[in-house]
Design a protein around this ligand. Structure first.
Ligand code: 13P
Ligand code: SF4
Length: 310
């Protein structure tokens, strides 16, 4: 049996649903029930009726889905697919800083381990970080683990005082401004659309800064025909699918997240068949880590409602 047929059959038998991030390979995006950025996928994860969730992404994503759905079976097609940045903050340092500032809010990018989430007040994604930080009480923010996203948010929310943590996404942080400048010279009409995990020198060259879904929506809504895309190359699949008449250029050193590409159709079929790759979070960590995730969903909704009223 063809692997795609096998996945379809197993999905039905097991009452399973497949979620995938835009950075996984094209063929995996093509068979998923829901494809999106981290914020979209976490919203989808709270409203599912299926019994089994197969999460095509890296471990913090499967872990977040499990935290939001403790009674469901969450399967990771490759348990080795991990996000380097998710581990880039020190619990001891967080505990120390908490003691120094009475009004401190620990803001945790969702790209983090459950252990780091458990020490935090609220989670954010690149799609909602600015809106959520604006809503928080107190004036001091410890932003973990991504320094680049933290600095970007700090610029949009100047009324708060930020403490940054030296973590970053190796894929986004290694993009080179010279390569983007070269592309701008070669394609002077092209707009530069950038993810806020990139360094400041790339952000300063950009026409739009936003999450993965934000970049895709911006390109779709624009009348322009050419774009320079500064994020992981997996978005090319959705960009090309929605706008075949537009052209998308990526930096010459193609930004590829090797961990996201570990997810294959064969591994999806295997976890569905054998129910291996199950995500477990110990009960103590789960209770503490779920709180900031739920706080994110609530605050994001509040912020969206406020925008609608305005
Ligand atoms: P978003 O899904 O929030 O755009 O984040 C990108 C990312 O690096 C996910 O790993
Ligand atoms: Fe982590 Fe970066 Fe890969 Fe996203 S692209 S999973 S932030 S290493």
């Amino acid at each position: 049996m063809q692997v795609i047929e096998k996945i379809k059959k197993l999905k039905e038998e097991k009452n399973a649903v497949i979620l995938a991030h835009y950075y996984v390979s094209d063929e995996v995006q093509a068979i998923a029930d829901y494809v999106g950025d981290s914020f979209y996928l976490s919203k989808v994860a709270v409203n599912l009726t299926a019994k089994v969730i197969v999460f095509c992404g890296v471990s913090f994503m499967g872990e977040s889905a499990k935290l939001l759905n403790p009674d469901k079976m969450v399967l990771m097609p490759d348990t080795e697919a991990d996000c380097a940045m998710a581990h880039m903050a020190d619990p001891v340092y967080i505990t120390q800083i908490k003691q120094e500032y009475e009004d401190l809010q620990v803001v945790c990018y969702i790209n983090s381990t459950a252990q780091l989430k458990a020490l935090s007040d609220v989670c954010v994604t690149s799609a909602n970080a600015v809106d959520i930080v604006r809503e928080l009480p107190g004036s001091h923010i410890l932003f973990i683990p991504d320094e680049n996203l933290g600095r970007y948010v700090a610029k949009q929310v100047p009324e708060k005082q930020f403490i940054f943590n030296p973590g970053c996404c190796p894929i986004h942080a290694q993009m080179k401004a010279e390569e983007v400048e070269k592309l701008k010279k070669q394609h002077p009409r092209a707009l530069v659309l950038t993810h806020p995990e990139c360094r400041e020198d790339i952000l300063s060259l950009s026409d739009y800064i936003g999450s993965t879904s934000g970049i895709i929506r911006y390109a779709a809504a624009s009348d322009e025909k050419e774009f320079i895309i500064c994020t992981e190359a997996g978005v090319a699949y959705e960009l090309g699918r929605q706008d075949p008449g537009k052209t998308f250029y990526f930096p010459e050193t193609l930004p590829v997240c090797v961990d996201m590409k570990k997810i294959t159709l064969e591994k999806i079929a295997d976890v569905l068949e054998n129910e291996n790759g199950q995500v477990y979070v110990d009960a103590g960590t789960a209770a503490a880590a779920c709180r900031p995730l739920r706080a994110m969903l609530e605050l994001a909704e509040q912020a969206a409602n406020k925008k609608e009223v305005r």
